[in-house]
Design a protein around this ligand. Structure first.
Ligand code: HEC
Ligand code: HEC
Ligand code: HEC
Ligand code: HEC
Ligand code: HEC
Ligand code: HEC
Ligand code: HEC
Ligand code: HEC
Ligand code: HEC
Ligand code: HEC
Length: 493
């Protein structure tokens, strides 16, 4: 043991005559008391004052996004103490919450419930999802004053690239009714080409668009155009793209026939509008039937109307004589009418024969043999383009053509963003002869650009959305759920 520097005796010597030392008031010690006292009282007053007047921003985890800035200061719109603990606070619940918080970080479910007070039905993705993600996993708040960041692909891949999750979803999907999956609501007037859901659903496992993303369903199922009748093996609406780019096709309004003559972009330039006979075919297939009177045409679009027209030909010729030929005297008109009818009789012996020819043969009018293709095209019968079926004692039936508005309802596309790409790079239309061809691009086509190698963004949300409003919501535009959000957007109560 080392020798002490000072002995006990020496220490005692120091306090000799000063034994009341610890009772003396010392300025330092007094100050310590006051500091402790003020700290406690000040703290309590601070807490009380903050409760009464304080601003919650003091504890803020970060700025609220501009999307929610309008009510961002009202923390209670997303954070609700009572919800957090599930009603009244008990010691048991308090312990659970604290324990949970330390283990798993902040609990999202109560916040999700707040999100859903304003954004109804957003959890909806797919009926066979095993466990939905929390809103705040994908939409992150408190990240700064700008708009919320867009949803990252790894949020999607957390399910889509997880073998276990997707296998469980495939399993769950098999127990659900197919109706549960109808998830591409649309206005009734829009025609969407929707293939049936495969037995295992859309549960392939993959990590990115360029690596592993499935081929498009149109492709892997070798889809055929709905304008092809599979039972009868013939076209419902015949159209041969390639034929219409041949050199003998006449120019219209000083222009060679190009894609845009028939395919007109919609107002946004995103998709193409539906083809119509009047706008896109009639210029060349005008439904003339009498070469001598080219302005006289069979009306289009309604079989009964066409039949009535053919059964009232004398009256039609009469009107034609008065309006187009400038014949005013009734005898002149009658003369003209009987002359034309006689001529027509040379080709068709009876009215029924004419009718049959117009409806059921693709080339009913004999003079067309001598005509060039451009003139000949005007003399087409209904069956030139349509599937026409006879009906006993009634006008024949023309199978209604199905002109599809959307081919890939599970993704969204934007033609405007691809204006610099040639149509034919994606749609091989100039080589297509069959209506049955589906002229849609394959995945490889998109990957040339949408991949790290092609240097164009290829996030899941480049081409997909996540939430789909249930059909019932679109069907009923006055649905209160829609209205409340709309009103909120307009800043109304
Ligand atoms: C639009 C909804 C919304 C509003 C408004 C909102 N928050 Fe939050 N807050 C969230 C979400 C979502 C989380 C969890 C997000 C996370 O941690 O990534 C969160 C988390 C927090 C956290 C915990 C952070 C952490 O990392 O543990 C605090 C503290 C917080 N918010 C405080 C506030 C305060 C204070 C206000 C009011 C100024 C407020 N919040 C307003 C949505 C909101
Ligand atoms: C008090 C009602 C309210 C609450 C609660 C609320 N929001 Fe919002 N949210 C709105 C309104 C209103 C807008 C529209 C603002 C705008 O136009 O940017 C909006 C916008 C959004 C947007 C962006 C919309 C867009 O078109 O880009 C997202 C994403 C969003 N909210 C998610 C959430 C999430 C996640 C929560 C829960 C953490 C939440 N919201 C809580 C009212 C609310
Ligand atoms: C797996 C990720 C994911 C989850 C989970 C998620 N969202 Fe979304 N959300 C998205 C994507 C992707 C979009 C579309 C964004 C885009 O198109 O730019 C979106 C859009 C939105 C929008 C704006 C557009 C719209 O459709 O109205 C709101 C509001 C929204 N989500 C709210 C919510 C709410 C509320 C929840 C929770 C119930 C939630 N989201 C859960 C991914 C998600
Ligand atoms: C919680 C898990 C989960 C998350 C997260 C998720 N998905 Fe899905 N998704 C599924 C399941 C399960 C299916 C299969 C549906 C089926 O079998 O019909 C699916 C199917 C799809 C489909 C094809 C089906 C259709 O009809 O459209 C698309 C596209 C899709 N998801 C896109 C996304 C995008 C984009 C994201 C990220 C914003 C995302 N998913 C995030 C579970 C998820
Ligand atoms: C004379 C009019 C006309 C012209 C010119 C024309 N199309 Fe079409 N196109 C049609 C008709 C009619 C259909 C619908 C046919 C059907 O039901 O399949 C169609 C359908 C399409 C479709 C939808 C997919 C499909 O298989 O039905 C695409 C894509 C398309 N055309 C691309 C083009 C491109 C690219 C060009 C230019 C090279 C072009 N079209 C020129 C009349 C035209
Ligand atoms: C610029 C003029 C022009 C336009 C516009 C036009 N066609 Fe044609 N079409 C022709 C010509 C010329 C022929 C060749 C006629 C012949 O050889 O008898 C033809 C041939 C056809 C054929 C027969 C093709 C074959 O393979 O034998 C069909 C069917 C047809 N057109 C349908 C249509 C439809 C449907 C539209 C409107 C979407 C349309 N056409 C628009 C000029 C046109
Ligand atoms: C050159 C090709 C062509 C010829 C010839 C043709 N049509 Fe059409 N028809 C079309 C096209 C293209 C459509 C679809 C676009 C539309 O409805 O305008 C159509 C649509 C129709 C429809 C469905 C209308 C609807 O509302 O859905 C009927 C009915 C019809 N045609 C009757 C006839 C009759 C009757 C004839 C003969 C007198 C005839 N078509 C001759 C091309 C033709
Ligand atoms: C980068 C590839 C690409 C290019 C370039 C492209 N398309 Fe498309 N087109 C698509 C895809 C993908 C669809 C399917 C969209 C859908 O209906 O879901 C489509 C659909 C269509 C349709 C069917 C109706 C519709 O809008 O869905 C027509 C018609 C069409 N394209 C015509 C054209 C014409 C004309 C051009 C040139 C001016 C063109 N496309 C250029 C990829 C392309
Ligand atoms: C460049 C555009 C693009 C990107 C990026 C993209 N997809 Fe797709 N995806 C499509 C198209 C187009 C389809 C076919 C849609 C249809 O047939 O209706 C599709 C189909 C799907 C399907 C259905 C597959 C099936 O089995 O038929 C799923 C699931 C899907 N995508 C999920 C995703 C996910 C998750 C991501 C991100 C990792 C992603 N996609 C990225 C364009 C894209
Ligand atoms: C020649 C290159 C090229 C090809 C091929 C191509 N894209 Fe694109 N795509 C682009 C460019 C460039 C943009 C604009 C990107 C941007 O705005 O940042 C774009 C944008 C898009 C967008 C819009 C994204 C948005 O922000 O709204 C979608 C959806 C899309 N492409 C889908 C497809 C699909 C599906 C295919 C295949 C059928 C395809 N693209 C083929 C170059 C291409």
């Amino acid at each position: 043991m080392a020798a002490p520097r000072r002995t006990q005796k020496q220490i005692a010597e120091r306090y000799k005559g000063n034994l009341g030392y610890y009772n003396k008031k010392h300025s330092w010690r007094r100050a310590r008391h006051w500091v402790s006292f003020l700290a406690i009282v000040g703290g309590i007053t601070g807490i009380v004052l903050f409760q009464m007047h304080g601003h919650e921003k003091f504890f803020n985890a970060g700025k609220i996004s501009s999307n929610h800035a309008a009510f961002g200061d009202n923390c209670a719109s997303c954070h609700d103490k009572s919800l957090m603990t599930g009603g009244a606070l008990t010691v048991q619940k308090f312990r659970e919450v604290v324990k949970d918080r330390f283990r798993n970080g902040i609990a999202f479910e109560p916040i999700d419930q707040r999100c859903e007070t304003c954004h109804q039905l957003h959890a909806f993705h797919q009926a066979n999802v095993v466990q939905n993600r929390s809103c705040s996993v994908c939409h992150q708040e408190h990240q700064g004053p700008g708009p919320m960041r867009s949803v990252a692909s790894f949020n999607c891949a957390s399910c889509h690239n997880n073998g276990q999750t997707m296998a469980a979803s495939a399993q769950k999907g098999m127990q659900l009714s197919p109706a549960a999956f109808h998830r591409h609501p649309r206005p009734v007037e829009r025609v969407v080409f929707e293939l049936p859901r495969p037995p295992r659903g859309y549960t392939q496992v993959f990590s990115s668009f360029w690596a592993g993303h499935p081929e498009f369903q149109l492709d892997y199922e070798k889809a055929r155009d709905p304008d092809y009748d599979w039972k009868e093996h013939r076209d419902i609406l015949r159209f041969n793209h390639q034929r219409h780019f041949a050199p003998d096709i006449s120019w219209v309004n000083g222009r060679k026939l190009d894609c845009n003559f028939c395919h007109k972009p919609d107002a946004e330039g995103r998709y193409y509008q539906r083809i119509t006979f009047a706008a896109n075919c009639q210029a060349c297939h005008s439904l003339q039937f009498d070469a001598k009177n080219p302005d006289l045409k069979v009306p289009h679009g309604d079989v009964t109307l066409a039949r009535t027209f053919l059964r009232t030909l004398p009256a039609q010729y009469g009107d034609y004589a008065r309006l187009k030929k400038g014949k005013t005297r009734e005898s002149e008109v009658q003369n003209f009418v009987s002359q034309q009818i006689r001529q027509l009789r040379e080709q068709f012996r009876t009215g029924e024969e004419l009718e049959r020819a117009v409806f059921f043969t693709s080339d009913p009018y004999k003079p067309q043999r001598q005509m060039g293709p451009a003139t000949r095209a005007n003399f087409a019968g209904c069956a030139f383009c349509h599937e026409v079926k006879p009906l006993a004692n009634a006008a024949p039936v023309i199978t209604k053509p199905i002109l599809v508005d959307r081919w890939m309802p599970q993704a969204r596309f934007d033609h405007a963003k691809h204006a610099s790409v040639k149509c034919d790079d994606c749609h091989h239309a100039t080589q297509s002869r069959e209506t049955a061809d589906v002229l849609m691009p394959a995945k490889a086509n998109c990957v040339t650009c949408h991949s790290p190698a092609g240097k164009v963004v290829a996030e899941c949300i480049t081409c997909h959305t996540y939430h789909a409003p249930p059909e019932a919501m679109l069907a009923d535009a006055h649905n209160p759920a829609i209205r409340s959000l709309k009103q909120m957007l307009l800043g109304q109560k």
